[in-house]
Structure formats: C-alpha cells, structure tokens
Ligand binder design. Structure first.
Ligand SMILES: Nc1ncnc2c1ncn2[C@@H]1O[C@H](COP(=O)(O)OP(=O)(O)OP(=O)(O)O)[C@@H](O)[C@H]1O
Ligand SMILES: [Mg+2]
Length: 590
C-alpha cells in the first residue's frame, strides 16, 4: 500500500506509519479537535468492491464501536477517504504481545494475567454474538499500564465479506493460531477463538507455537491432524495442570474444548495461583529463582531487571521463535479456496465415526494408481502417455483435434459466442474469456460441452495457458448445472501468502457453493496435460507436464450422473486466452 503519511483522512492528519500487517496498514494520526493522537487502520482500496461492501463495512464498524470492555481496544470512528476504508482507534504506545513475547520471557504470573484479560474480553464479545476470528499476539496491544487490549475485532469478518462478494469459499485467519475447523473452512463459533487463545497460551509457556511448517497449508494440516506436542517436553518446569489445560483448550474437536472463555479462565486461575509456588518455575537451564513475581503485578514485571526475568521465566530460548505467517486470506477463483483441500479430511478427523481418516499428506498428491489398483482398464503403463487412450471400443469414445472446425455434438454455454474460436494455429481451440465469466459470482460461463458416456469414463485435454492474474482458470469441466460443477485445470490465485499462485486446481461446486474439498497444487509449466477420470461416483484429477509422468491432484465423490463434460475457461476481470490442443472422451470398461 502506498505511504499515506501527510494525507488528511476525514478529521485525521496522518502523521507516521506504525506498522503494516497482511491486510492493512496502521498509521499514527493527529486529531486536532481533540488534540490527541490516534491510530488509523487503513484497509486496501481493492476491498471496496461494491456498494454492498461499503454498507457492510459501516455496519461492522458501528458494531465494533459498541464493544466497550477494558480489554478490547475501542473504535473511535470510521470512514472512507480517497477510496480507502479506515477505522480510527486509540493510539497505544506499549507495543504488541507478540513483541513482548519476543523481547522477553514471561512468568506464569504474566501468563495468568494475560489469559485472564483476554478471556474476559472474549467472554464479553462472545456473549454479544461476536467471534474475533484472528486471535494472535500481534492483535493484542499493551497499554502504558501493561494491560492487554484486544484489537482487530471483526476485521477478519470484514475482509472475508469483501472477498465473498466477488468470489466464494474464503477463509481468513493466521494459520499458526487458527483452529482446525477454521482452517478447514467449516462453520466456526466462539470455541474457535478459545482454541486460538490456547495457542497463545502454548506459545507463552513454551516459547513456540505448537504447529510450524514451511507453508500455511501445511500448518493448517498440522492443526487438523497432528497431536499436540507436549508443552512439558519443551519446558519441563511447567505444572502438569497447565499441560492438561492446553490439551483441553487445543482439542481438535470443539466439543472437547472449554466451551466458554470463562471456563478457560477459571481453569487457568485454578492452575496458576496469583502468586506462590506455581510462579516459582525455572527453565531447565536457569538458576534458581531470585524471587517470585506476584502475578497481580504485571506492571512491575516489565520494569524489573533483566536478570530477574532470566531467572524467573518459564520460556526458554528465543531461537525457538516460530516463523509466523502473516494474516492470510484464502480466497478462490470461484471456489478455489485451497485450504479447502483439507475440509473433507478435517470433517473426517473431527467426526471419526463417519469414516477412517486418510493420511492427509498422501491424500493431496499421489502418483497415478499402480497396475494393481482397482481402477479398470488404465494401468501405470497405459496411462503415462501424452496421447489419450486409444482403445476406442464403442461409439461413446470421442476425440476432437480441433482441425478446421469443431466436431459435431458440442454445445456452447457462453457469455459471448464471439469469445471462442478455432485458433489460427491449426489444430487448437482458443477460448477467450473476458469480463463476467462467472455467473453469480462464481460459476463459469464459457463452457464447451458434450454428452458424457454412460458409466465410467475419462476425459483429457492438453492446454496451453499461463494465467497471470487473479482468478483466471481454464481446463476440463464436468457440468451438471450451474450449481453443480467440477472443474479441473490451471488457475491463478493472487492473494499474498494464501494461494497456490499458479497451480492446478480441482474445484467442486455443489448446489451453488463450494463443497469445501478442493485441491490445489503449484504448477509452472508451459503446457499442462489434464486427465479427469470418473469411476462410479468418484472423480479423480491427474495432471502432467510432459504427458508421461502423471500426478494425482485429488478426488471428489459426487453423484453427477446427469452431467455433461467438456472444456471451460473463465476469469474475474481481464481477458484471457486459453488454447486447447485436443479433447478426448473415453468410456472405461468395467
Ligand atoms: N491502536 C494502535 N496503536 C499503536 N500501534 C498499533 C495500533 N494498532 C496496530 N498497531 C501497530 O501496527 C501494526 C500492524 O497492525 P495490523 O493489525 O495491521 O497487523 P498485524 O496485526 O501485526 O498483522 P496481521 O495483519 O497479520 O493481523 C501492529 O503490529 C502494531 O505494531
Ligand atoms: Mg492486527
């Protein structure tokens, strides 16, 4: 975002930048009428996608302004200036909890106080039906009296809403602190905030967040499937009661957690007395305590000497600092929320009685099934070929090489029939998708369709298409109606730290919305070969860069027996050309 220093936003003169997160920039500003400094949080201009967003933003800001609690940072004002939506808050000098954790270790008394304050803020908001959705240390500001002030209430919801206006299947949060159900894109309630507060607790007492990985999605997976690494292994000085509290707060299934923030706070208060033995912890390597710090005196802790802190802290070394991913949005080309990769798996994890849990890491990318797999006809030797299967055994097999004209039997569902053509390069079909390729707002409109064989089948294509900006897509489609579509192809999702920018996506739209089990995997080649196989009610997508080595992207179990099959190209704003070299359809024999 451009530097707005020196600009006038409503009554506020922007004085200096204070910080920038994943979604917004925060500035120090001066309000002459009150002769005070304030903090102005400026959201990106592109969030203002419609009048609907502006109305929603105003509504949310008013709701936030009504939250009056000693540990929730209040909202003074809001507005829009120069196309930017902004929120005005008190200017807080003491930094964030994130900085505090990094700067120094915390005593158990600190921990007790922080959890108590944040828990009471959450209780208050939850009682009013508000879920924070992005509880993390950088959203906790510390005032001059060393009290915690929870900030960014409702921001995640605003941002989600702005994206949902143009697309669907958006999840926002910060993976390191995000509950399994939030990461999976499922419905969340107050217990998701309780989980995130549990992660903060874990980080405060061990010096690290429990789940770390190279990518945001890998972190989400870990929240869903990995058992909680023992906090007492990382810090043997922790009381066992604290470990038990962590296990409960961080239960995968929300039903197994503390059901209210009050319950969580009560448990902490019981386990960690305000002062006394529980605070007299030393780390494995530290010297005996000089003197216990009373929990009620958080202020004195910060001003106490560094030596005392070193001795009385429960947290170990800083080189354990986690790599924090910034706040992130998972948004999709239509349904391309790629966190949804894990939704089905998550559901299975959270409801183990439904079906056994697959190995998540294997579920996303697998090589094509080996010869002895139950999939009929095609084997590992017959599949790896750039030329689709040639066992044309009945009239339902079909191949179009796009030479001279389209073969018979195609139907075009187009926003504008002039937007497709046989390419000047002989032997290819070019689909040019332009504005509004999504129907209300996430279903594709540029579709070339034909009847599918009865029973099991496979469709393939070879596609030359390099997406360059957000929400461009081209590939194979299984189309039952506008609400029920599977699309498998190459797409681009340009949301910082969130999407596979350029990748293979396998999306499932069910009854007009995202099924929540979509798959994405990075891809950067020139040409992509796509193969979509239907066996019974299971659709499996495979892609290849060379037409020989195939990778499975994912599977969708759907009853789409009435569906037709074909090719699709779509995007959200700019014009894109997608060139298909052939399309085949092969009936698979039982
Ligand atoms: N009211 C405030 N007073 C003073 N500084 C603030 C205030 N609000 C935010 N800041 C500073 O601005 C920084 C950026 O805040 P912002 O909420 O945009 O990002 P974040 O919370 O750090 O990260 P993310 O965007 O991932 O949530 C904060 O880390 C904090 O240092
Ligand atoms: Mg923030």
């Amino acid at each position: 975002m451009e530097n707005l220093t020196g600009k006038q936003f409503g009554h506020y003169q922007i004085v200096a930048p204070l910080g920038e997160g994943g979604m917004a920039a925060v500035y120090k500003a001066y309000q002459p009428s009150m002769e005070r400094y304030v903090a102005v949080k400026v959201l990106p201009r592109h969030m203002v996608t419609s009048e609907e967003f502006v109305l929603r933003f105003r509504r949310e800001a008013k709701l936030l302004a009504q939250l009056q609690h000693p540990h929730i940072l209040s909202v003074f004002d809001y507005g829009e200036a120069d196309g930017y939506p902004y929120i005005v808050m008190p200017f807080v000098q003491g930094g964030t909890l994130s900085e505090l954790i990094q700067k120094r270790s915390l005593s158990l008394a600190d921990v007790r106080r922080i959890v108590t304050q944040l828990g009471s803020a959450l209780s208050y908001a939850h009682a009013r039906g508000m879920i924070h959705r992005d509880i993390k240390p950088s959203n906790v500001l510390i005032d001059e009296s060393n009290n915690c002030l929870l900030t960014d209430f409702g921001l995640a919801r605003m941002v989600e809403a702005s994206i949902k206006i143009t697309t669907s299947g958006t999840v926002m949060g910060t993976p390191a602190y995000m509950s399994p159900e939030q990461g999976a894109g499922s419905q969340i309630d107050q217990r998701s905030d309780i989980y995130s507060l549990g992660i903060i607790l874990y980080e405060m007492v061990t010096g690290r967040v429990p789940y770390e990985a190279e990518t945001p999605v890998a972190v989400v997976f870990k929240h869903i499937q990995d058992p909680l690494p023992s906090a007492r292994k990382l810090n043997p000085n922790l009381p066992e009661s604290l470990e038990l509290i962590l296990l409960k707060a961080l239960a995968k299934n929300p039903d197994d957690r503390y059901q209210t923030a009050e319950d969580f706070v009560q448990a902490i208060q019981k386990a960690l007395p305000e002062s006394g033995p529980a605070d007299n912890l030393t780390t494995q390597n530290s010297a005996p305590l000089a003197s216990p710090t009373p929990a009620s005196n958080f202020q004195s802790i910060q001003s106490a000497s560094a030596a005392t802190h070193l001795e009385s802290k429960v947290v170990t070394s800083k080189n354990l600092r986690p790599n924090r991913f910034p706040i992130w949005i998972l948004a999709g080309f239509g349904a391309i929320i790629f966190v949804a990769i894990v939704a089905v798996i998550a559901t299975k994890m959270l409801n183990p009685q439904i079906s056994p849990t697959p190995a998540v890491t294997n579920a996303v990318i697998e090589t094509i099934p080996p010869t002895n797999s139950p999939i009929p006809l095609l084997t590992s030797t017959s599949v790896p070929t750039s030329i689709p299967p040639t066992e044309i055994s009945s009239g339902t097999n079909f191949r179009d090489d796009f030479v001279d004209q389209l073969a018979d039997g195609w139907t075009w569902i187009a926003e504008d029939p002039s937007k497709w053509s046989l390419s000047k390069v002989a032997g290819s079909l070019q689909i040019i998708a332009s504005d509004a390729s999504f129907d209300g707002p996430y279903l594709p409109l540029n579709i070339l369709l034909r009847d599918a064989p009865i029973g099991d089948f496979e469709i393939t294509t070879s596609l030359r298409f390099t997406p360059t900006s957000n929400f461009q897509f081209a590939g194979l489609v299984i189309f039952q109606d506008h609400g029920n579509v599977l699309q498998f192809g190459r797409a681009f999702c340009d949301v910082v730290n969130a999407c596979v920018k350029d990748g293979v996506y396998f999306d499932d739209f069910q009854d007009g919305s995202v099924n929540g089990s979509n798959y994405a995997t990075p891809f950067h080649g020139q040409v992509i070969y796509l193969r979509l196989r239907r066996i019974g009610n299971t659709y499996t997508g495979y892609y290849s860069e060379d037409g020989e080595k195939w990778v499975m992207t994912g599977e969708h179990a759907r009853d789409l027996s009435q569906a037709r099959v074909g090719l699709v190209a779509a995007q959200a704003s700019t014009e894109i050309p997608a060139v298909f070299d052939y399309f085949t359809m092969t009936a698979l024999q039982p």
